[in-house]
Ligand binder design. Structure first.
Ligand code: SAM
Length: 327
């Protein structure tokens, strides 16, 4: 096998980069109301450092990167980083995961810099509920962000909905209707039991249950999607321009096809979102490691990627919050 692969012969070509642990929302399933202790600015990778690490990873076979966080758009000058990464010849896919609050302001500049597409996290279409779930956000800002992202061509814009029993599962048909009425691409994600504030009390909604509620609008037809190749399974409602995806990290985990690594905001290479193993790249980088040495570290780390996260066996995530490791 050419390119980067792990010890289970999984090809690894995708790097998710947490550019900051800061966030402008406080989603109930992600962090406590007061937020989390922040990584110091000194410890956060500069854009030049991220660039150097991505370049090394690209030489090994990474060709796809996603910028995430925290909220990536709260970090100043993000288009600058996008432009730097777009200049790496073998990186052919650059995307962003955002809560959309600041997206309308930055979408055009990001597109111009070389960003290809965005995923927007949105768990409700009701303004009051949006305030409750995010503890501070304004739904109108995210909706505007989605609209502007589509207009400037950051497409397909995918809407990620974390489905929580008794919190927002009554809105499944409303989100599904948006795939017909507005051509939205909506992905329903199982809630993962993580270290967030209210996460322990949130219950999972099974995909069969989700499908039943959505099929009140029509029969879901399996659909193949070209862009992204992520872990979602896609469907369409009759007459819809948009798609409906299901991402099931808990009940039907897809670790066997995992192709990703994560770079944390403080420069650790993380091998699995839900496993604490991390390899520090920041200190070697700051101590003057050569590109070859960095490549060596990335290769050795990748070989240690665990086979799976075992959430379905009752394993719980206990470590660093998603916002630091690039959820
Ligand atoms: N701030 C950005 C955003 O909101 O998209 C990027 C970071 S956020 C941590 C990335 C994604 O992780 C969001 O789609 C969020 O809904 C998801 N997420 C956070 N905690 C989760 C959980 N416990 N279960 C499932 N998804 C979760």
């Amino acid at each position: 096998m050419t390119g980067l692969s792990d010890s289970f012969q999984r090809p690894i070509n995708y790097l998710r980069i947490s550019v900051t642990d800061r966030c402008n929302l406080r989603c109930v399933y992600c962090m406590p109301p007061e937020g989390i202790a922040h990584i110091s600015h000194y410890d956060i990778l500069s854009y030049e450092e991220i660039y150097t690490l991505v370049k090394a990873a690209a030489e090994l076979g990474i060709n796809k990167v996603r910028l995430t966080g925290g909220e990536p758009l709260v970090r100043a000058g993000l288009p600058e980083l996008v432009q730097m990464l777009a200049g790496i010849e073998t990186i052919d896919d650059i995307s962003l995961t955002t809560n959309g609050i600041l997206l309308a302001q930055h979408a055009a500049e990001l597109k111009e810099a070389g960003l290809q597409r965005v995923n927007v996290s949105l768990d409700t279409l009701k303004p009051d509920r949006f305030k409750q779930i995010t503890r501070c956000g304004n739904l109108g800002d995210t909706l505007k962000g989605i609209e502007v992202a589509g207009t400037v061509g950051l497409t397909p814009v995918k809407i990620n909905v974390v489905v929580m029993a008794g919190v927002n599962d009554d809105e499944l048909p409303d989100f599904a209707a948006k795939t017909v009425g507005d051509g939205w691409h909506v992905r329903f994600i199982e809630h993962m039991p993580v270290n967030g504030d209210d996460s322990k009390s949130i219950s999972l909604v099974s995909v069969s249950d989700m499908r039943k509620r959505i099929e009140s609008l029509g029969k879901l037809e399996p659909w193949k999607v070209d862009v992204g190749n992520g872990p979602a399974r896609y469907f369409r409602l009759p007459g819809a321009k948009g798609t409906i995806g299901f991402i099931t990290p808990v009940t039907e985990h897809f670790c066997y096809q995992c192709n990703r690594l994560r770079l944390t905001a403080d420069g650790k290479l993380r091998l699995c979102l839900l496993n604490e193993d991390e390899i520090d790249l920041r200190e070697p980088l700051r101590s003057g490691a050569s590109v070859e040495e960095l490549k060596n570290l990335i290769e050795k780390a990748t070989a240690k990627k665990p086979q799976g996260h075992r959430l379905s066996e009752g394993n719980r995530h206990r470590g660093r919050p998603f916002s630091q490791v690039g959820g």
